[in-house]
Design a binder for this molecule. Structure first.
Ligand SMILES: Cc1cc2nc3c(=O)[nH]c(=O)nc-3n(C[C@H](O)[C@H](O)[C@H](O)COP(=O)(O)O)c2cc1C
Length: 351
């Protein structure tokens, strides 16, 4: 495949071949029970789908689908601006690559190596003017921390999210991320429900406010708590000194039967806005979805599975093209709802 003439369709066709039997690269990636990634409740490994019945994964999509955008066109003409400031870094869009880790969930080394996957997300996002976040799984250790290596290669243009391991182990990862000049660090608090960690005897823990405070004060970098689905947890994370939270159900991979993230986002925003930065992920596939999440009060979003397909299909350039597509569709959505800048996006762009 020549990189010069690549389109998103080519990238997805290539990913479909490589992900045969793992992901159907469907037009709609929604965790529906009939998709080939689903079926964990009947004994299948978690793979690329959602936990159990897949309801949490599916609810992310359904919650977004329920929201409708209001066209507003009469007024002075303008060019839309999607520039976003993330902890002092000017990004081309309020959209970043989610902290997905563990190529074994989508075919393993024969599809793409962990190292190349991390490089594709971080460098592809950087080439699109935004940030790739990196995750953590049972194959990672302080010596083999593929995500941090990719962030170092990108001169620090990345965020490292660590599983809720033992406190000392988390701090070691934080120190390594600091050396790589990462923009921020954090933990996926919902990683205590990680299927991959549990099935490989890698202990993960719930964290209390004191433990969170200890992690916050272990670094000068902004500290992020990812995996917030309740007002209670949002308040605890804020009280512990988190600089940002990510409203997330881990793409529906840690607990069956949660609501979609777009359903819980507004109440979390109402309770904690202006006290902590609020980001969100789950089921976001286009800029139209991004606009909906921003209208509900998130300041930025993360994208998971679509970047996996882009990385598998065409590596760094695949991710750049996917992010570019997201930026362009966000600009289009803002343009047609009369939002010139991100600050113009209010709840009334939704019916
Ligand atoms: C295969 C796979 C692995 C993941 N690994 C991690 C991880 O290591 N750390 C983390 O914070 N989130 C992880 N996530 C969750 C994503 O960061 C993100 O919350 C989710 O993918 C967003 O939903 P989406 O895939 O529908 O966009 C993973 C998701 C998938 C699909």
């Amino acid at each position: 495949m020549s990189l010069e003439e690549l389109s998103l369709t080519d990238i997805r066709e290539e990913a479909k071949k490589k992900l045969l039997g793992i992901c159907g690269v469907y037009k709609i990636c929604d965790g529906d029970a009939n998709r080939i990634c689903q079926g964990q409740s009947y004994g299948r490994a978690l793979g690329f789908g959602g936990i159990g019945s897949g309801a949490s994964f599916n609810n992310n999509i359904l919650a977004l689908k329920k929201l409708k955008l209001k066209m507003r066109l009469i007024g002075d003409h303008f060019e839309t601006n999607t520039i976003y400031d993330f902890f002092g870094n000017k990004l081309s869009m309020p959209i970043m690559g989610a902290s997905v880790a563990g190529v074994n969930s989508f075919g393993g080394e024969k599809v793409i190596s962990e190292k190349e996957f991390c490089r594709a997300v971080v460098l592809g996002c950087k080439n699109a003017g935004t940030i790739g976040w990196r995750g953590d799984t049972y194959t990672y250790s302080i010596e083999s921390s593929y995500g941090i290596d990719a962030i170092a290669e990108a001169q620090g243009f990345g965020v490292k999210i660590i599983k809720p391991r033992e406190q000392d182990d988390i701090v070691e990862f934080i120190k390594k991320a600091e050396k790589a000049n990462a923009i921020a660090v954090g933990i996926d608090i919902d990683g205590c429900g990680s299927y991959a960690m549990a099935t490989h005897n890698k202990p993960v823990f719930k964290k209390n406010i004191e433990e969170l405070k200890e992690l916050v004060s272990a670094t000068k970098l902004p500290f992020i708590v990812k995996g917030i689905m309740s007002i209670e947890d949002a308040i605890c994370a804020k009280d512990a000194g988190a600089a940002a939270i990510v409203v997330s159900n881990h793409g529906g991979r840690v607990l069956d039967h949660t609501p979609g993230t777009a359903e819980v986002l507004p109440e979390i925003v109402a309770e904690t806005k202006n006290e902590v930065r609020i980001l969100v992920d789950g089921g976001i596939r286009t800029g139209y979805d991004v606009l909906k999440m921003l209208a509900l009060g998130a300041e930025a979003v993360l994208v998971g599975r679509d970047l996996v397909r882009a990385a598998v299909g065409a590596g760094i350039e695949g991710v750049r093209i996917q992010m570019d597509y997201l930026q362009k569709t966000l600009a289009k959505a803002m343009n047609m709802t009369y939002c010139k800048n991100l600050s113009d996006i209010r709840s009334d762009v939704l019916y």
